[in-house]
Structures are given as structure tokens and as C-alpha cells.
Design a protein around this ligand. Structure first.
Ligand code: BES
Ligand code: MN
Ligand code: ZN
Length: 501
């Protein structure tokens, strides 16, 4: 897909469709709309106030035989202008692209408007168009007549041109990273085994100039990663610990920060011996979405090259019931040296993560850790499919991650992590058990992880509710969302600028 810019009158841009955003407070005399009303006197007024009032998601298409160079004007409701942030612009650009493709058109122009910085707006538009057009039908035979958008033209003010080009590049990098993560999550577990996940990470690393190391069963045994190994031991597929490293061009100095991104990579979660009910079990192929977000983000970081060291870790395993499975009551020896009593084999995410977290801080030299995991159904009970749960230990670092999420247009909500919740995780036989009681399931899961990061500043994002979309939206196909990629890329850049948390 080509991205171009147009700095002249948008009425003269040629394209199959020109998308214009309409705010709730607009009238036909608004500066952004009046030129089109002049060019299409009766046409624009015929839909304005009826078909299109500026409500989020409304669409009206006008065929413009003479008045414009573009063959159609697509009006997209964009809500109140005060709420038109980068996330909203991304979503509405995505919608414009989806409408355009549905109509079989191949060139789209978008008239950017609003108060956003030009680079931010261009990035949001490019990201939205790429992620909006993503097709999750990985294994469906493509229809001969499907067309996609070949050229996108952003209509901008001439003075913004210098800022818009790098903005577009950034948006393309983010959009491609999000889509890469979505493909990994969409892949079924017969295709994307832990080893195949490692291969895809390795291939990306070679392409992008990252270093990648992968530990299979033998190395994990040597390292003593008893928790990750236990989760994988019921499967014919070996568990893998994947590490991707990005180092900035400048030599490291003592005291430099090192960010670790740790992802849950359960390529399929049957629940193990504590097997899940059959309803929607197939969806548990996305239980590696945290790991996919880490791999996707590392691709974007490799391309954006922020001046900060970043390591991505994925703890990959398949959780299966079999004669070799780990069982309730088993005691595991984690990499950190702690012992864990298994109460429930379906609480496996925290087990694979605890070894990766301890490795990131002990061997990986992480000064700050963010983990992403489809960890609990409880977070969906608490926050639904709108926001990820955010928990952590250090207020300043929690604030940094929350800010990064907000700038990246991904919604999170903090849950508490008081000492008292730890009472629920005490074991009668080992240092800790892997299950609390019926209550506060997302918090007790995070508490368990906390025991393995000790004093390293750490934030945990429970993305179980936001990593998968149950039905198509105007701006996004159903299926995996790639949630988290944008937030952790933004965080890395933010920390590189601040050079601290
Ligand atoms: N992968 C699941 C969590 C999950 C549930 C993600 C639904 C996405 C959608 C996790 O491994 C799990 O099974 N969690 C259990 C925890 C329980 C055994 C403490 C759960 O949420 O029921
Ligand atoms: Mn589980
Ligand atoms: Zn799971």
C-alpha cells in the first residue's frame, strides 16, 4: 500500500473515495465542510443532519459526478471534536478504509482535521488503515475479485508536510506490528506450536536485525525452569523460552535502564487435567496473545530504533491433559528457587510467566519489566472487553505504563495489589500455591507473579478480555486485536526519552 500526501485543495484530490470526518457540532458552514457544500450544493445538504449528524460511526456516501475530483465523498461521523483524539482518528480512518474496500474501491483520500499534532494524526491514520483492513481469514481461499486499497492520500496543510511523512512511517510500523501479532494469535494451535512460535520470532529477528535465542526442553531442564516445564510436560510439543534482544546504537553506560517485555505464550490452553468445558474452548488458541504482542512490539522497536535496551521474552507451552501431565497437588521447583503447589492445572499462565520473569530480572538484567498475559477470566468479569487490567508494584512505573497506554490509544484500568491479597496464595506444603479462592481472581494471579519479580519495578497487563474481539466492528475485524503492541512500543520510546521510569 502506498501512502501519499496532498497539500492542495482536497476538492481537487483524485481518488475513488475521499473521506471527510464530521463532528457533532459541525454545520454546513464549518470551515472543514463548507468547501464541499459549495462544490456539491444540494448533495451535501441532502444528507447533512439526517443521514450524517456527526455521531460516531455514521457513514454517508455521496457520488460526486462533477463537483470534486474524487469520485465519491464518504462522510464519517466522528463524535464531538473535543474527544477526537489519536485513538478516535485511528478508528475512524480504519472505518473509512473498511467502507472503501467493501465497495470494491482501490484508492482512498482522507482529509485530516482536528487539533492533533500532524505527525500524531498521520501515524494514527496510517495505523488505522492497516489494522482496519487486516483480514483474519488466514486459511480461506481468496476470492478472485477481492480488491484492496492500493493508494492512500492524506490531505494536509502544506506547512505540515515535513512532519507528516515520518508520522506515516511510524503508523505503518505500528500497524504492521499489530497485524503481525494478530496473525500469530489467529494461527490455530496445530500450526502455531511453541516451536513454530519460536521459529517465527527467529525469522523476524533475522529480518529486522535483532538477536534471538531459544531454549527448548533440554536447556530449560538445565536452567531449572520447573514451572514452565511442568506446564508443557503433558504435551507432545516441547515448551520454549524465546528471547529477542534489541540494543541501541550507542554503547551501554552503567546505570542505563533495560526494559524487559514478557509475554504468556500458551499456544493452546485446554486447562490440562483440570480440563475446561467444551464451550468456546477453541478460542484458547489465543492464549499466546501476550507473547504475540511482545514479538510484534519487538519488530516495531527494531524498526523505530529508540535509544534504550529492550528484551522481549515469550514463555511458550501447550497445556494438555495426558498421562505425562502435571497434576493438582504437584509441587514444582521454579527457576527463582521458590516451590509452588499446583492446585489447578488451568492456572498455568502464571506458572510459565514466573520462570520467564525471574529469568528476565536475574539473567537478563532487566531494570523494569512489563508482562502481558491472557491470564484470567476474572478480568473479563471485572472490566469486560473494553479495558485491560493493570497491576504493579511501583507507583511511578505504573503511571508510566498507564500514560503510554493512553498515548497509544489502548485502554487499561488499574486494579489494586495490596499485601493482604497474598494471604490467599499461602500453601500448606510449598512457598506458594497457584490458586486463590473464588474472589479477586485477577489480583491473586498478579500477586503470584509479584512473588517472582521481587523488587524490580514491574507492571502486569491482564489482556484476557481485550485480546480477542467476538464480533466485527466498523473499524476492526473480529478475532485477535493485537492489544498491547502499541502500548509497549510507546513505553519503550517514552522511557528512552525520559531515560528513567
Ligand atoms: N487462559 C486462561 C484465562 C482466559 C480465560 C483467557 C478466558 C481468555 C479467556 C487461564 O489460563 C485460565 O484458565 N484461567 C483460569 C484461572 C483459574 C483456574 C484460577 C480462569 O480464568 O478460569
Ligand atoms: Mn488456563
Ligand atoms: Zn491460559
Amino acid at each position: 500500500m502506498n501512502f501519499e500526501t496532498w497539500t492542495r485543495d482536497p476538492r481537487t484530490v483524485s481518488a475513488d473515495a475521499l473521506a471527510v470526518f464530521v463532528f457533532e457540532e459541525d454545520s454546513l458552514t464549518s470551515p472543514a465542510l463548507s468547501p464541499f457544500d459549495e462544490a456539491l450544493p444540494d448533495l451535501l445538504s441532502s444528507v447533512f443532519g439526517t443521514e450524517i449528524r456527526g455521531k460516531v460511526g455514521e457513514v454517508a456516501v455521496i457520488h460526486t459526478p462533477n463537483g470534486l475530483s474524487a469520485k465519491r465523498l464518504i462522510l464519517i461521523g466522528a463524535g464531538p471534536s473535543a474527544q477526537f483524539n489519536a485513538r478516535a482518528l485511528r478508528q475512524r480512518s480504519a472505518q473509512a478504509a473498511r467502507v472503501t474496500v467493501k465497495k470494491g474501491l482501490t484508492t482512498l483520500a482522507i482529509a485530516l482535521r482536528g487539533e492533533l499534532e500532524p505527525a500524531v494524526a498521520a501515524a494514527a491514520a496510517a495505523d488505522g488503515i492497516l489494522t482496519g483492513l487486516y483480514d483474519p481469514a488466514l486459511y480461506r481461499k481468496p476470492k478472485d475479485d477481492v480488491k484492496t486499497i492500493e493508494t492512500v492520500t492524506l490531505c494536509i496543510a502544506p506547512s505540515d508536510e515535513a512532519a507528516v511523512r515520518p508520522g506515516i512511517d511510524r503508523g505503518v510500523i505500528l500497524g504492521e506490528a499489530v497485524n503481525f501479532a494478530r496473525t500469530l494469535a489467529q494461527e490455530p494451535s496445530n500450526k502455531l506450536t511453541p516451536l513454530e512460535m519460536a521459529r517465527r520470532a527467529q525469522a523476524m529477528a533475522e529480518r529486522e536485525g535483532l538477536t534471538c535465542s531459544v531454549f527448548g526442553r533440554d536447556q530449560l531442564t538445565e536452567l531449572g525452569m520447573g514451572a514452565l516445564l511442568a506446564v508443557g510436560q503433558g504435551s507432545a510439543q516441547e515448551p520454549q523460552l524465546i528471547r529477542l534482544s534489541y540494543r541501541p546504537a550507542a554503547e551501554a553506560a552503567p546505570g542505563d535502564i533495560r526494559l524487559a517485555l514478557v509475554g504468556k505464550g500458551i499456544t493452546f490452553d485446554t486447562g490440562g487435567i483440570c480440563i475446561k468445558p467444551r464451550d468456546a474452548m477453541w478460542e484458547m488458541k489465543y492464549d499466546m496473545s501476550g507473547g504475540a504482542a511482545v514479538i510484534g512490539a519487538m519488530q516495531a522497536i527494531a524498526r523505530l530504533k529508540p535509544p534504550i535496551a529492550v528484551d522481549g521474552y515469550v514463555a511458550a507451552a501447550e497445556n494438555m491433559p495426558s498421562a505425562t501431565s502435571y497434576k493438582p497437588g504437584d509441587v514444582l521447583h521454579a527457576y527463582s528457587g521458590k516451590t509452588i503447589e499446583v492446585i489447578d492445572t488451568d492456572a498455568e499462565g502464571r506458572l510459565v510467566l514466573c520462570d520467564a520473569l525471574a529469568y528476565a530480572r536475574k539473567d537478563g538484567g532487566a531494570t523494569h519489566i512489563v508482562d502481558l498475559a491472557t491470564l484470567t477470566g476474572a478480568v473479563m468479569v471485572a472490566l469486560g472487553q473494553e479495558r485491560a487490567g493493570l497491576m504493579g508494584t511501583e507507583p511511578a512505573f505504573i503511571e508510566s505504563v498507564a500514560q503510554a497506554a493512553s498515548a497509544a490509544g489502548e485502554k487499561v484500568w488499574q486494579l489494586p495489589l495490596d499485601e493482604e491479597y497474598g494471604e490467599l496464595m499461602k500453601s500448606d506444603i510449598a512457598d506458594i500455591k497457584n490458586l486463590g479462592n473464588r474472589y479477586a481472581g485477577s489480583i491473586t494471579a498478579a500477586w503470584f507473579l509479584r512473588e517472582f519479580v521481587e523488587d524490580t519495578p514491574w507492571v502486569h497487563l491482564d489482556i484476557a478480555g481485550v485480546a480477542w474481539l467476538d464480533g466485527d466492528k466498523a473499524d476492526l475485524a473480529k478475532g485477535p486485536t493485537g492489544f498491547g503492541v502499541r502500548t509497549i512500543v510507546q513505553l519503550a520510546e517514552q522511557m528512552a526519552v525520559g531515560k528513567s521510569d
